[in-house]
Design a binder for this molecule. Structure first.
Ligand SMILES: *Cc1c(COP(=O)(O)O)cnc(C)c1O
Length: 454
């Protein structure tokens, strides 16, 4: 990868880390460098069978390369391979986790809370819903039909009934449909997605919180993908801006540093507004180490072993790029969003393409269909242009969405055609995407010229 700073950063830091343990007698571990080098060469070849996720021309799925500093810090921590289950397994990295999580909680204005890192957003959501279920026994969980598919599965694991609330033509939870559901009186928790995975849509959290005051349900925010946009919420369009502004009033929040937070995989985060929910985690493991009187992370986590290296990478990244509105990290989010808005604008200017009828992207995900007489033809064109882009090293994604979302409101076409249509989807989550938009657009237009003139 071009001028990768990681090897040289790492060699200097590794020397320093070794010096920390210089007092120990040296020892030899059994290794065969020649054999390892050979296997690693083969590994490099095998890894070539991947999309180039690190490159700005990869503009498909929700994949953001980890920051070079995160990679270096992670690799540095691998010299010790700490385990953040307990302080004995990862004394320094547990402290770093606590500090890093405090800064994430700060995005939402929380100073008193319970929170920790997890292996993923799914695990983080599992913990939040596990706690929610215990606080509202016998009651249901509901989320929008555009909520992440794992909420239904998590609820099944927890043996809690789960129901879907319909979404509007923008992919946001339909508030009237939620109110109807609430009339049954058996909703214990509403999952509110700030940034849906398919379209980056923002559920109306502020309105849902008002309903929760009246109906007494718990509000869980799934910001696995979109949580960080709170840092630039002032620049978002209404109603997303208001939804983000209300995020601090939620009962629990999930945010994935490995989605938008520049981290390697294996880094989710769950936060609870009320630290007292820690009582649900109480366990009495005979294996756990008890050298510390302080609460250790294994006592507030469903998982046992967890990569301390994830915490180290996150801590280092946040040192370099503090989570502050107006900071470099926040500017990176804004750059991706600017790229998304510009792509959407160009698509709207060309009659061959149909972006969401309801308006511009709320965050940094653009979806659009190709104009055609039928949904089938449109889906077929999406498949073909997707492949023609890939042949030009431009990697987009495909997504199935309701065809009505693309029909002009009040056009009379509404409802004439039901069902799903295959669309193009582009997650423009790299800061570099802004600078690369012209080159992305050129390739897209060339791919379309080839497919549409066939
Ligand atoms: C990605 C995502 C998840 C799942 O998180 P993982 O880290 O992939 O397990 C949950 N919710 C939303 C909104 C997501 O985008």
């Amino acid at each position: 990868m071009p001028n990768d700073p990681v090897p040289s950063l790492l060699s200097r830091a590794t020397e320093l880390l070794e010096a920390e343990f210089a007092a120990l007698p040296p020892f030899q571990s059994v290794q065969d460098p020649a054999a390892m080098a050979q296997v690693l060469e083969e590994t490099a070849h095998r890894l070539g069978d991947n999309y180039p996720y690190f490159h700005p021309l990869y503009a498909g799925q929700m994949l953001k390369p980890p920051h070079p500093l995160a990679r270096a810090a992670y690799a540095l921590a691998m010299n010790l391979n700490p385990n953040n289950h307990a302080r004995d397994g990862g004394r320094a990295s547990s402290e770093m986790e606590i500090e890093a999580v405090r800064e994430i909680a700060g995005i939402f204005g929380w100073t008193e809370y319970l929170g920790h890192l997890t292996s993923s957003g799914t695990l983080a959501n599992l913990e939040a819903l596990w706690v929610a279920g215990q606080l509202a026994p016998g009651k249901r969980i509901v989320g929008s039909e555009q909520a992440h598919y794992t909420h239904r599965r998590i609820s099944a694991v927890l043996k809690i009934d789960y129901a879907e609330i319909s979404a509007d033509n923008r992919g946001r939870m339909n508030i009237e449909a939620l109110e109807t559901e609430l009339r049954n009186g058996d909703v214990g928790t509403v999952v509110v997605t700030l940034g849906t995975t398919a379209t980056g849509s923002v559920d109306p959290l502020d309105q849902i919180l008002k309903l929760s005051k009246r109906h007494g349900f718990r509000v869980h925010v799934d910001g696995a993908y979109g949580g960080y946009f709170r840092l630039i919420s002032e620049s978002l369009d209404e109603p997303a801006r208001q939804a983000y502004a209300a995020a601090g009033e939620a009962d629990s929040i999930v945010i994935d540093p490995h989605k938008h937070g520049l981290q390697p995989y294996g880094c989710g985060c769950v936060l609870f507004r009320d630290p007292a929910v820690g009582r649900f985690y109480k366990h009495d493991s005979p294996y756990t180490y008890f050298t510390s009187k302080q609460l250790h992370l294994g006592e507030i986590s469903l998982e046992c072993s967890r990569a301390g290296a994830s915490a180290v990478a996150l801590w280092a990244t946040q040192k370099l790029l503090p989570l502050k509105p107006g900071g470099t990290f926040a500017r990176g989010l804004a750059q991706g969003r600017a790229a998304a808005l510009e792509l959407d604008r160009r698509l709207r200017d060309d009659a061959r393409f149909q972006p969401l009828a309801a308006g511009a992207p709320e965050l940094d995900i653009v979806v659009w269909k190709l104009a055609a007489r039928t949904s089938e033809q449109s889906s077929d064109l999406a498949q073909k242009t997707f492949a023609a882009c890939a042949a030009r090293d431009l990697h987009l994604a495909l997504v199935q969405l309701p065809v009505t979302w693309f029909q002009p409101v009040g056009s009379g076409v509404n409802g004439s055609e039901a069902g799903l249509v295959t669309c193009l989807r582009s997650v423009l989550m790299k800061p570099e995407h802004e600078e690369w938009l012209d080159r992305i657009w050129e390739r897209w237009i060339a791919a379309c010229a080839e497919v549409l003139e066939m």
